[in-house]
Design a protein. Structure first.
Length: 166
């Protein structure tokens, strides 16, 4: 049988560990980015394919999906914070440029994505995008995610990137 003192000590220790653990797992929040949902639509299962002699594409889903069309405007120095998505996203930089950092890159090498270019996020890839220019950057994103699921997942900063990459 535990005494009241032992129960209190155990409770205090568990509470301390829970608070300390939560403090160490903080996500990096976006700053200086204004996002606008241009359109959101729900789709049933998708089985679309196109095949020619020079090109092919395939989209295959199980279950219902939400498709988002989003405009993100990045002020100079703005960051989207470390995050991931529950499904794939196609990202197009309309004006300015973004710098992309990937958490699974051991060297945390910056990748510049200039206007007129884009990149694919396969989903569940922890990454950060920043506007490291002195001009505004406008980006369009199309994201396909499971129906009813938030399209952005906050992630903590990886240990392989310098602390100023936020």
């Amino acid at each position: 049988m535990f005494s009241k003192r032992h129960v209190f000590t155990l409770f205090a220790a568990v509470s301390f560990v829970a608070v300390a653990g939560a403090a160490g797992v903080q996500a990096t929040a976006p700053s200086g980015v204004v996002g606008t949902n241009l359109a959101v639509g729900t789709f049933g299962e998708i089985d679309a394919k196109t095949l020619t002699s020079d090109w092919q594409a395939r989209i295959d889903t199980k279950g219902n999906s939400d498709l988002y069309m989003v405009q993100n405007v990045f002020a100079p120095g703005a960051s989207f914070g470390w995050h991931s998505h529950p499904g794939p996203s196609l990202v197009i930089v309309k004006t300015g440029a973004l710098t992309l950092y990937k958490a699974d890159d051991p060297t945390c090498t910056p990748h510049l994505v200039p206007a007129g270019s884009g990149f694919v996020d396969d989903g569940h890839d922890t990454h950060l995008v920043r506007n490291e220019l002195s001009v505004e950057t406008v980006v369009y994103v199309v994201s396909l995610v499971p129906q009813g699921v938030a399209r952005r997942i906050d992630e903590q900063a990886p240990g392989n990137c310098p602390p100023d990459i936020r």
